[in-house]
Design a protein around this ligand. Structure first.
Ligand code: NAD
Length: 361
């Protein structure tokens, strides 16, 4: 079966880390007999430079036709003063919403070799493996009405609307339960049902969806407690499902448990396994073009792409294991450098993972 993958290098370190991803995709074609067709297109600042918009129509068309999309990162200081609609990040938001990518999967996984890189004690984080499923296209970031208005008397009032329909809660619920079924079958739904009516509906709906997944244990937690538990005893969680804004905050908190954002991949999925895969970090303009960026989050994003969009879980496992092998040899980019580590650049780290993967064939 042939798989069409659209690659969007983007800005800053995007092209460097994606280059390692392209090498990995070529290796998967050559050595693992996957029939992969790769196309490249423009998104973000580079698209603004060449086409005047951050998401050109041609890119959107190619994205619609692809089975999966791999993104580097977008944005940079050069574009910060552009009108809001032309900013690189707008292109990414538009792409997610055009493709209806409502389920954002963000693993927080700590390779044991990097336990010392976490700000938390070894025993709290060693073996950490959490998956946060964040609703990505609804909630307070999109709710209407929104704005800033001037009241009589001159004082200004800012307002946003938090809303979720039952159908939106149900579909993210199903994604989260299926994700939990593929893991340790424990799902914690995070809300603020003691204060918010929307959260009451969220909780009620999650309970109803749970009836379809008797093999998954569903629990509920208020978001303030979840934030506390994530830094107190993070290993109690398997899969967390939550709203757009709560997920935004909690997933960054979980990411920090693992030491470096250079290690963490993500997937944004529609209801039919099509997905956009990207490292969670940005375009890191401070280190762009210096062969310093950690490409592992990008390579691990490809592992997620294989697992969720191409149905190749076994090869995904092998890529993740190959990353572990490379870390075990002491190979480190600057962001994950430890006292006993051997400093390498972006290219060398990419090559090392591919060599380790070939050894695992
Ligand atoms: P950032 O994630 O780009 O960088 C934060 C820090 O982490 C920097 O010191 C950077 O050098 C370091 N870092 C990030 N990725 C790394 C990697 N792979 N290896 C080693 N070190 C790494 O966040 P920022 O500086 O706030 O944002 C820079 C630009 O990226 C902004 O324009 C922002 O809007 C954009 N951004 C894009 C995305 C995306 O494309 N999805 C996400 C976040 C930020």
């Amino acid at each position: 079966m042939s798989h069409k993958i659209l690659v969007l290098p983007g800005d800053g370190i995007g092209p460097e880390i994606v280059q390692q991803g392209l090498k990995l995709l070529a290796c998967l074609s050559e050595d693992f007999s996957l029939d992969i067709h790769v196309e490249q297109a423009l998104l973000g600042g580079v698209a603004v430079d060449e086409c005047g918009v951050p998401l050109p129509d041609a890119t959107l068309e190619q994205a619609r036709a692809a089975d999966a999309i791999l993104l580097g990162a977008v944005g940079g200081p050069k574009y910060d003063d552009l009108p809001r609609e032309q900013r690189p990040e707008r292109g990414l938001l538009a792409l997610r919403s055009e493709l209806n990518l409502f389920a954002n999967l963000r693993p927080a996984l700590l390779y044991p070799q990097l336990a010392a890189a976490s700000t938390l004690k070894d025993e709290v984080v060693a073996g950490l493996d959490i998956m946060i499923v964040r609703e990505l296209t609804g909630g307070i970031y999109f709710g209407q009405p929104r704005g800033v208005e001037t009241l009589t008397g001159g004082e200004r009032r800012g307002f946003n609307t938090l809303e979720y329909r039952e159908s939106e809660i149900e579909r993210i619920g199903h994604s989260a339960f299926v994700t939990a079924q593929r893991r340790n079958r424990r799902l914690c739904s995070v809300d603020k049902a003691n204060v918010l009516e929307v959260s009451e509906l969220w909780r009620e709906t999650m309970q109803r969806v749970a009836a379809d997944y008797p093999d998954v244990e569903l629990t509920h937690m208020y978001v303030d407690n979840a934030a506390m538990q994530l830094v107190r005893a993070p290993k109690q969680f398997d899969v967390i499902v939550t709203t757009n804004m709560f997920g935004d905050i909690l997933s960054d908190c979980a990411a920090m448990l693992t030491g470096s954002i250079g290690m963490l991949p993500s997937a944004s999925l529609d209801g039919r396994n099509k997905g956009l895969y990207e490292p969670i970090h940005g375009s890191a303009p401070d280190i762009a073009g210096r062969d310093e960026a950690n490409p592992l989050a990008t390579l691990l994003s490809i592992a997620m792409l294989l697992r969720y969009s191409l149905g190749q879980a076994e090869i995904a496992d092998r890529i993740e294991a190959a990353v572990g092998d490379v870390l075990q040899t002491g190979c480190r980019t600057a962001d994950i450098q430890t006292a006993d580590g051997r400093l390498v650049g972006t290219e060398a780290m990419g090559d090392a993972v591919i060599a380790a993967l070939r050894e695992r064939q």
